[in-house]
Design a protein around this ligand. Structure first.
Ligand SMILES: CC(C)(COP(=O)(O)OP(=O)(O)OC[C@H]1O[C@@H](n2cnc3c(N)ncnc32)[C@H](O)[C@@H]1OP(=O)(O)O)[C@@H](O)C(=O)NCCC(=O)NCCS
Length: 287
């Protein structure tokens, strides 16, 4: 099987997008990207198309590809895919190896990625390349149902602005968000967000932000001050108040770390796990 690796920036972008759709045609969840949505992803997730790779055959057909995201000295592997008829020929491994070499050349500290827990083949590939399981990320969903939780007397919920999330993000997250919900990604999404703040004695002690509407409440991020005693109760009250504002909406949140303070409150409010992913890490340079 003859092929070579070239930067994604060297191939026709539409052909690249088509190849991603083909590689994900039999994926665990429906996944389809357009050239526009892929450009959005590249921008939001800091993907470096010069350092990402596609495998092409002698006629220029794209057999597979993978993206490398870079933020300071951290890297992320995403959109890994090989078109079905070329799988199990070692192409995925060769592409991944070349991105790891790129990360080494850039002196990145580590690479992270996410893989759906049922995706045994991809998980094996990552594990044999040295990636180790860090934690499980949960995708939550909630049908339309009543909310009985009330906001305790010491708290109030008020409307906020996207800037508030940026202001409190670092302070209110004791555990790091996965790549696609880190501050850089959220900043690109915030313009269209609604934000609610939880206050106590005039101070902001929590926030929740996302796309809130009468049909869907998609939570993108929530943070609670580590300085208050009843953090889980506070998080539940804040989220409950948003759900009460939109009583006919379904709701969801993507990639919530199992160690995140919001997990128990979400479960108490009737959110169910629909999918789980492993977050994996490969340490490149111990600094
Ligand atoms: C995951 C994927 C990229 C692997 O690409 P590939 O080119 O087939 O992988 P390789 O041939 O390099 O396989 C390398 C190793 O990965 C593991 N592996 C890959 N596919 C596997 C499968 N279906 N079942 C079990 N192990 C598998 C094996 O350890 C394999 O080594 P081996 O063939 O010597 O046993 C490809 O299956 C794919 O595109 N899947 C759909 C999209 C997807 O799931 N992307 C990953 C998202 S996290």
């Amino acid at each position: 099987m003859e092929y070579r690796l070239v930067p994604i920036s060297d191939v026709d972008f539409n052909a690249y997008v088509d190849s991603v759709n083909e590689a994900y045609s039999d994926y665990f969840v429906p996944l389809h990207v357009s050239p526009e949505s892929m450009q959005g992803l590249i921008f939001r997730e800091d993907l470096d198309i010069d350092r990402s790779r596609v495998a092409i055959d002698s006629k220029g057909n794209i057999l597979g590809s993978c993206m490398l995201g870079i933020r300071d000295n951290r890297g992320w592997i995403g959109v890994m895919g090989v078109v079905p008829e070329y799988r199990r020929k070692g192409i995925g491994r060769v592409i991944l190896k070349s991105l790891i070499e790129n990360a080494q050349q850039l002196s990145l500290k580590y690479l992270t990625l996410e893989v759906i827990t049922q995706n045994v083949g991809a998980f094996d590939l990552y594990q044999t390349m040295g990636f180790e399981k860090l934690r499980t990320l949960v995708i939550f969903d909630r049908g339309v149902m009543d909310v009985s939780t009330r906001v305790p007397g010491e708290f109030s919920v008020v409307r906020g602005k996207a800037d508030d999330v940026l202001q409190y993000y670092d302070q209110f997250h004791e555990v790091e968000n996965p790549w696609q919900r880190q501050k850089n990604s959220l900043e690109c999404l915030m313009e269209s967000w609604s934000t609610r703040l939880l206050t106590s004695d005039g101070s902001v002690v929590g926030y929740v932000g996302g796309w809130f509407g009468p049909e869907r409440v998609q939570v993108w991020d929530a943070g609670i001050s580590p300085d208050i005693d009843n953090r889980e109760e506070a998080a539940q009250a804040l989220l409950a108040s948003v759900l009460q504002e939109f009583p006919k909406a379904t709701s969801g949140m993507l990639n919530v770390g199992e160690d995140d303070i919001i997990v128990q409150p979400m479960q108490a409010l009737g959110y169910r796990q629909t999918l789980r992913q492993y977050e994996m890490r490969l340490v490149i340079n111990e600094i």
